[in-house]
Design a protein around this ligand. Sequence first.
Ligand SMILES: O=C(COP(=O)(O)O)N(O)CCCCOP(=O)(O)O
Ligand SMILES: [Ca+2]
Ligand code: NA
Ligand SMILES: [Zn+2]
Length: 311
Amino acid sequence: PYVNTKDILEKANKEYYAVAAFNINNLEFLQAIVEGGIEKKSPLIIETSEGAMKYAGMGDPLRGASLFVKMVREFADSLDIPIALHLDHGKNFNHIISAIKAGYSSVMIDASDKPLEENIKATKDIVRIAHAVGVSVEAELGKLAGIEDNVVSAESVLVNPDEAKYFVEETQVDFLAPAIGTSHGAFKFKGEAKLDYDRLKKVKELTNMPLVLHGASSVVQEMVEIAENYGADFGGSKGVPSDILKETVRLGINKVNTDTDLRMAFIAGLREFLHNNSKEFDPRKYMKTAKEYVKKVVSDRLELLGSANKA
Ligand SMILES: O=C(COP(=O)(O)O)N(O)CCCCOP(=O)(O)O
Ligand SMILES: [Ca+2]
Ligand code: NA
Ligand SMILES: [Zn+2]
């Protein structure tokens, strides 16, 4: 069934597991994710960025949003596993309202690059509207390092746990993304991967609500190697190792945003297939390996996060 993200995350919060939130931009990634969810009997959170909405809507974010709602609902309405659709990193008020209007389960209002009081104001505005129509809301505190919407912040600004408590009380947001040292993309750490567990523990104790980890891809080496075998150059790529990811779940992370790992799996499969099949031009064939690899990464992650058999 098509559900509200909050229903999925409240259960995860109670039982201390996490649910992956997988980003999509097209049909093929959605198919692969759904197959993984069916295989693992796991709840699924499908998420799209504003860029994905514009991409699918050929420049029109509202058209893209309603296209994704229709695609995801088609799968959700016909399957036993709970599936939610979430707007990731909503920054533009009109785009966030478009997602709500189109029928998304939840939206993120990301004003984390603004001063606290501005972040609170922007979040309260969205919470008021979203809650009026049964849509749940995610917000972020602190800044991820690396690229985020072309905003390159050299260093990440980690969450202040006391601020988190105040923020949540003021905004009544449904789930919170505390920055604890991750960043988006495939190049997350120069040296050893390290997250601020202490801050995470404090935020959980002070808020007791479902928490979100952004920049949570592991950059699966198996996929990196396949892609590099067939011409990719992902030198220096490094993600969040599985053991560290598991520790964040143990400490209270319940939604794990995953985009890069699916992109790596897809491009690995695509490069491998195209290299070995010079005569093929049927998209149902040349994207098959790519979809299989995405499904594999999805299934492994659902298992790792503990949401398998929780549908
Ligand atoms: O936190 C994450 C995932 O982080 P990851 O890169 O570790 O997978 N996300 O929020 C996904 C970010 C998606 C990027 O969107 P656009 O390129 O469409 O703007
Ligand atoms: Ca942000
Ligand atoms: Na999000
Ligand atoms: Zn993110």
